[in-house]
Design a protein around this ligand. Structure first.
Ligand SMILES: Cc1ncc(COP(=O)(O)O)c(C=O)c1O
Length: 402
């Protein structure tokens, strides 16, 4: 009766089961996986969403790429990062997930492939499958910092043969900074990726939703940004969900760049797709400019929070030699390498059962080997310190003093 776009077996994993039991028993929890900024005690001004009630939104004037003023406001977001993007090349979406789906429809037919980084964001498996395409991994490697294993990219792309016709791989996804590794794609890496993709007519999709949240000083300065690349068709993704901590408002965007004629054709086709769905609500478009401006206060609070927790974690790891905090350029997450005394799954289930601390195992993000634990840097400092403290004590290590 049902399509194969959704998995046939949706059984919860052991951690999800243990979590459901804990919730059912009403027992407290320190959630080191919390990625919802509205749940971590930030100060959201009570009138922050007032722009959504602007009477201008009482009229409906559908525009496939979104209202001009809202697109202009997004162009200013790029200008804030020193990047020049014409509003005509900006497409509003209901979310980043919505943006992926629109771009997959633009680039790929059923059975085509996109390359996705490994480790990365687990949602790619569903996002691709729901659009009938396959996600093929390429690897990121850690040597004191994360970098792309280009041999794995080249293997996945296959040899370049201009006589071969349309390749099955339609795009390479880059998450910069990546979730959960926190790594930016460096400028030299992006140049190299563009040089591989452009001759094959393979596009680059760069998810930059966490780009505002630098954790290591000056990491952003060496990051590559696709909007600066005129040699390859690319799609940069951003959104209010992360940039101003407003996931419930549902506004994302795509910035299209590359060779002029290719961009024009891509926009023409994308317009038809967007016009078919018109998924972005009018009030958020009317309010976008003011929400982005006022949201800077939330961005600052999130930035302060994630940096403080990251610093605390680094200091604690110094006092806990068995555990290592991997370098994270930016974003909302940190990766800890821990002794492989038991499986990652056993560790996180035991941590939850014994201490009421929820953390994610590395295998959720497709780390190639064990043992890694992923923690969100968003929780309140006190929760973060207690939760990480419990984790470190599992390895007979005490956290550094806060
Ligand atoms: C890398 C990455 N992209 C996109 C998103 C989701 O963004 P949105 O809420 O705009 O769909 C997330 C959410 O955690 C993410 O980690």
């Amino acid at each position: 009766m049902f399509s194969n776009r959704t998995p046939h077996h949706l059984a919860p994993n052991r951690l999800a089961k243990a979590l459901a039991e804990r919730h059912a028993e009403g027992r407290p929890l320190i959630d080191l996986t919390e990625s919802n900024p509205t749940r971590v005690g930030l100060d959201y001004p009570h009138d922050l969403l007032a722009p959504l009630a602007d009477p201008a939104a009482l009229g409906y004037d559908p525009q496939p790429f979104g209202a001009k003023d809202a697109r202009l406001a997004v162009a200013k977001e790029y200008a804030r990062h020193g990047l020049d993007v014409a509003p005509e090349r900006i497409v509003l979406t209901a979310s980043t997930s919505d943006a992926y789906s629109l771009i997959f429809k633009l680039l790929a037919d059923a059975g085509d492939e996109v390359l996705v980084p490994r480790p990365s964001y687990p949602l790619f498996e569903h996002l691709t499958r729901l659009d009938l395409i396959a996600a093929r991994p390429y690897d990121l490697e850690y040597h004191g910092q994360w970098s792309i294993d280009f041999a794995s990219v080249e293997r996945a792309l296959g040899p370049f043969d201009s006589a071969q016709g349309r390749p099955r791989v339609r795009a390479v996804l880059v998450v910069s900074p990546n979730n959960p590794t926190g790594s930016f794609i460096r400028r030299d890496e992006l140049d190299r990726l563009a040089a591989l993709c452009a001759p094959r007519d393979v596009a680059i999709i760069a998810d930059e939703v966490f780009a505002d949240y630098e954790l290591e000083d000056d990491a952003r300065a060496s990051a590559g940004r696709v909007v600066e690349h005129a040699d390859v068709l690319s799609f940069a993704l951003g959104g209010m969900s992360k940039s101003v901590g407003l996931p419930q408002v549902k506004l994302g965007w795509i910035a299209v760049s590359g060779p002029t004629t290719m961009v024009a054709t891509a926009l023409e086709r994308l317009e038809l797709i967007c016009d078919t769905y018109l998924a972005v609500a009018t009030p958020v478009q009317t309010g976008a400019a003011r929400l982005l401006k006022a949201g800077a206060a939330i961005r600052r609070q999130i930035g302060d929070r994630v940096r403080a927790n990251y610093r605390w974690l680094q200091a604690s790891a110094t006092a806990a030699p068995a555990c290592r905090v991997l370098r994270s350029d930016a974003g909302w997450y940190a990766v800890m390498q821990v002794p492989a005394l038991e499986s990652e799954e056993d560790l996180v289930v035991r941590l939850l059962a014994a201490d009421g601390v929820l953390a994610h195992p590395g295998y959720f993000f497709d780390f190639p080997r064990e043992s890694f634990v992923i923690v969100s840097l968003l929780p309140r400092a006190s929760d973060f310190a207690s939760g990480v403290g419990c984790l470190l004590r599992h390895f007979d290590c005490s956290p550094a003093n806060t």
